[in-house]
Ligand binder design. Structure first.
Ligand code: PSU
Ligand code: MN
Length: 306
């Protein structure tokens, strides 16, 4: 594992750090704008008061924090693999370049001692999972990884009710940030409730610190931050695009790890960029909130020591 010096220094000094995933850059956002957005996400973390650590596998090395050259390779190379936890070791042995998902980013972040992680949407249980068994490794990984993920809920392309059930089974806490509705990525309300509402970064930091005291920090935490109302995707546009996208995926026989990138790209194309604007807005907001929470955790820990 190679930890970028700025990140290593911040961690050693107890300063706030936020992990960022790279699959969202390589497979979630279209080239060439994805590189600019990746830099903006890092800047949003800095604006929120923390050091960004974008995570990826580069030439076989698990990198915690990327320099601009590495970021450009992950964003620009269409051959970059989507890497889950089980793939990291294969890539490390072979020396390839891979973009990490929520699962593998959380895994590597926790290994590096980073507690906060920002992304767009969490993976979950896919529609039709009863037959396909397609459930993202994001869920099982978070059930045993000490990381809090700030996300805009899960994408509406998933079976959200089933995903929430699995989060409960796996002991992964779910907090709604200033909402009692579980967000559905492009939309503020997925139609499902969230049982715990938190209203400030300080409140979230207090939950993280309580997890540490109670021995439950080994479980992940989901901080569900709905996209701003001004950036939401229109409801009718969302519903019709989703129906068409699911049908197109079925017709094209898309399976497994290709499903999420296929549907995201379908949305971006069919909404003429409207879903992309929503996607970028929510990721930036999540990066900022994760940084604020990381800063609060650092401040509360320092105050408790003093
Ligand atoms: N959410 C986004 N864009 C993405 C993803 C999620 O807004 O690109 C990616 C994440 O990396 C997530 C992955 O971990 O999709 C889930 O894929 P799967 O369902 O194959 O586990
Ligand atoms: Mn899957």
């Amino acid at each position: 594992m190679l930890v970028q010096p700025e990140v290593a220094d911040a961690l050693a000094a107890g300063q706030p750090v936020v992990a960022l995933e790279s699959t969202i850059i390589s497979h979630g956002l279209p080239r060439p704008d994805n590189l600019r957005v990746a830099r903006e996400i890092e800047q949003a973390v800095r604006d929120g008061g923390a050091v960004p650590a974008t995570i990826a596998v580069v030439d076989g090395h698990a990198r915690i924090g990327l320099d601009d050259d590495a970021l450009a390779r992950v964003a620009g190379d269409p051959a970059v693999a989507k890497v889950s936890v089980r793939d990291i070791a294969v890539l490390a042995a072979r020396g390839g370049v891979g973009a990490t998902t929520v699962a593998s980013t959380a895994h590597l972040a926790a290994a590096a001692g980073i507690r906060l992680f920002a992304t767009g949407g969490l993976g979950g249980v896919h529609r039709g999972a009863r037959d396909s068994w397609d459930e993202s490794a994001d869920l099982t990984t978070l059930s045993r990884t000490s990381v809090a993920v700030v996300c805009a809920g899960v994408k509406s392309i998933l079976d959200i009710g089933a995903t929430l059930e699995r989060l409960e089974t796996l002991n992964i806490g779910v907090l709604g940030y200033r909402t009692d509705r579980f967000p559905g990525f492009y939309r503020r309300d997925s139609g499902h409730a969230v049982h715990w509402t938190v209203d400030s970064p300080a409140e979230i930091a207090a939950v993280l610190r309580a997890q540490d005291r109670l021995g439950s920090a080994g479980y992940g935490l989901v901080i569900a931050n709905p996209v701003d109302a001004a950036d939401e995707l229109d409801a009718d546009l969302h519903d019709s695009t989703l129906r068409a996208g699911l049908a197109a995926a079925e017709t094209a026989g898309v399976r497994g790890k290709d499903v999420t990138p296929f549907l995201l790209e379908f949305f971006h194309r069919k909404t003429h960029g409207a879903s992309l604007a929503t996607n970028v807005a929510l990721v930036l907001a999540n990066a900022r909130l994760a940084a604020q929470v990381a800063a609060e955790v650092a401040a509360q820990v320092a105050a408790a020591r003093a």
